[in-house]
Design a protein around this ligand. Sequence first.
Ligand code: EPU
Length: 336
Amino acid sequence: MEHYSNYSLKQHNTFGLDARAKDFWIFDNPDELGGWLHNNQSGDQVLVIGGGSNLLFTKDYEGTILSPAFKGIEITAENGDDVWVRFAAGEEWDYCVEWAVERGLGGIENLSYIPGHAGAAPVQNIGAYGVEVADVLAFVEGFMLGDGTFFRKTREECDFDYRYSIFKGPLKNKVVVTGVVLRLSKNLKFLLDYGTVKDRVRSLGEPSLGNIRKAVVDIRKEKLPEPKVLGNAGSFFKNPVVTISFYQQLQEKWPDIPGYRLEAGKKVKVPAGWLIEKTGWKGREYGNAGVHKNQALVLINRGGATGSEIANLARAIQDDVLTTFNIELQPEVNFL
Ligand code: EPU
C-alpha cells in the first residue's frame, strides 16, 4: 500500500489532464483495504479509479482516490466447454482479452483494445462490436467501503444495462471492485454481425479468435486516437435511445439518419457520432481541445487542454445537437 499527497493525476487519466488529488492510495492486495478503512478518519469523499479511461477532471480532486493495482489471472472452475476465469481488478483489460484469445477461450474477443482495467469493465458495462462484458460476466467481486466486508455479486445483481451497472448507480463510489469472474467458452461462437468486423475478418481469412481480435484492433486503431498520443476517453457521449415515432419524424427531415432497432421494445438507438458530425463539429478545434477527425463521438486533448475546456466543448456540442435534433446527449464520461 502506498500513499501520496497532492498527487498529479496526469498518468491516471487518458485525457492526460494535469489535475491533482489531495490524497492518492495504491493497493497491491485486497487484504490491505480493511486496514486502510479502519485507519481512515478523514471523512473525505472517495473515488475509486481504474485506468482513468472514462474520467474528466474539471478541477483538482479535493478528496481521496483509491487505485486498486491487484494483479492475477486464474481459472477458477471448468465444466464441459465453460471455463470461469478470475481477472484481478488492476489487470489491463486488453491483456485479459489477449490472455483469453491465446488460450482459445471465447467471449471477449470483440472487446479487444478497450483501454482501462478489468475492475472497471463491469462498472460501465464496456461494450463494442455487438458484445458487452455483461454477456459473459459470472460475478463481480469487491469490497464495501461502508462496512469493510467483501462481496460477490452475480450478473443479475449487477443490474446491467447499456453502459450502466449498479456500480454506476446506487453503489457509486461505495465499493472497490477487486476482480471479475468471466464465464468464457471453448465452444467458439463468433459474433460478426457488426458490419465492419465481418468484412475485416473475411479479409484476414477464416473467422477465429485471433482474426476477430486483429480485426477489432485494426478498426479501433483507425477510428480512435491512441490516448498516449492524443488524450481522449473513447466515446464521450452515449448513443441516445429514442422512440420509433420520434425516429420517424427525424427520418422525414434527415432521410439518411442511421438507427438501430433495439430488441427490448419500440426504441431506436441513434449514433451520437452521426448527430455530432451533422452539426459540423467533426474535426473542429476548440482551444486546446477538439473533436476527433475520424470519430465525432471522441473529444480530444490536443495538448495542454484543461478539463473545463473539454467540458465547455461538450456543452457546446450538446447545445447544438439539442437545437438541431431536439435530442439531449448524455455524457458517457464521468465529470469530476
Ligand atoms: N458515425 C458518423 N460519424 C462519426 C462517427 C460515427 O456518422 O464521426 C455513425 C456512422 O453511421 C457509423 C455509426 O455512427 O456507422 C457507428 O459508429 P461506430 O461504429 O464508430 O460506433 P459508435 O456508435 O460511434 C459505439 C460505442 C463504442 C464502440 C463502438 C463499436 C458507445 C457510446 N460507443 O460507438 O464504444 O467501440 O460502438 O461497437 O456506445 C466507448 O464506449 O468508449 C466506445 C469507444
